[in-house]
Design a protein around this ligand. Structure first.
Ligand SMILES: [Cu+2]
Length: 276
């Protein structure tokens, strides 16, 4: 009941974004999102198939074995029916194995970093924003957390990740402090950023436009303000943005110097220095 209500709610809520041909999933804007949407649609088809079969059997039993008026005897009681028990053990196992197989297959296709990337971007998570190191152009962008004013236009103040359309980008995800999660909903993919670990995935944005990104792992007080924009632009506009960053002096790669811990340490040094 809970699940079906949640499903109806999800359908209603996503109704304005998705459409039937995408299984009411939000529209993906990368090459890889087609594979994900296909998995999503086939999962629903399989689930509806199972649902219709199960509901059908339930209603058929209710109708077929309904008590007759005046007959209050118990129907024959079944116990230890080995064929039925074997059947309802094997069928769910078969279903789970099938789901697992297609999920693992899609995941390895989508996440695969075996192909050569056209560009590499190191996304550095921190409490509570993002830094982007464009490895090929040797320039970077520094982000600060969103300031929620309650007014429109917050997007303009957010750090923006630029990506050229139709180019395969490899994200190299690292974190300075706690676990964050790099999520661009329109990419239909997200991946955790874990301190001391490097996570990677590749996508090929296939549509020009601006999309929103956020942190998908509760990471502290201002987690909800850990927002960014993604701008998928033409190669010329991308090159121009790289040149702009260079002109601003934002060259080289950012390291750990912007972690909150590090900044607090420096602050402590300053404070204790001032006390002496
Ligand atoms: Cu976070």
């Amino acid at each position: 009941m809970g699940t079906s209500l949640a499903f109806v709610a999800a359908l209603l809520l996503s109704g304005c974004q998705g459409q039937l041909s995408d299984g009411f999933l939000i529209k993906g804007v990368t090459e890889e999102s087609k594979t994900i949407t296909t998995l999503w649609i086939w999962a629903w088809i399989a689930l509806f198939g199972v649902g219709i079969l199960v509901w059908g059997l339930i209603f058929w039993c209710m109708w077929r074995y309904k008590a007759k008026p005046g007959d209050d005897s118990l129907p024959p009681q079944l116990r230890y029916n080995v064929p039925i028990e074997v059947l309802y053990t094997i069928v769910p196992i078969f279903m789970i194995v099938t789901f697992f197989y297609f999920t693992a297959k899609t995941e390895s296709e989508v996440m695969g970093t075996g192909k050569k990337a056209d560009l590499k971007v190191n996304v550095y998570g921190k409490q509570w924003s993002w830094d982007f190191n464009y490895l090929n152009a040797d320039v970077h962008e520094v982000g600060t957390q969103a300031v929620m004013t309650g007014k429109e236009g917050v997007e303009e103040t957010l750090p923006t990740l630029y990506l050229p359309v139709g180019k395969r980008v490899e994200f190299i995800l690292t974190s300075r402090d706690v676990v964050h999660s790099f999520w661009v909903p329109a990419f239909l993919e997200k991946l955790d950023m874990i301190p001391g670990r490097v996570n990677r995935f590749q996508v090929t944005p296939s549509e020009i436009g601006q999309f929103s990104g956020k942190c998908a792992e509760l990471c502290g007080a201002y987690h909800s303000r850990m927002l960014f924009n993604v701008k998928v632009v033409s190669q010329e506009d991308f090159d121009k943005h790289m040149a702009d960053l260079r002109a601003l002096g934002q060259t080289g790669m950012l390291g750990d110097e912007f972690s909150r811990e590090k900044l607090m340490e420096d602050q402590d040094l300053l404070t204790s220095g001032g006390m002496e």
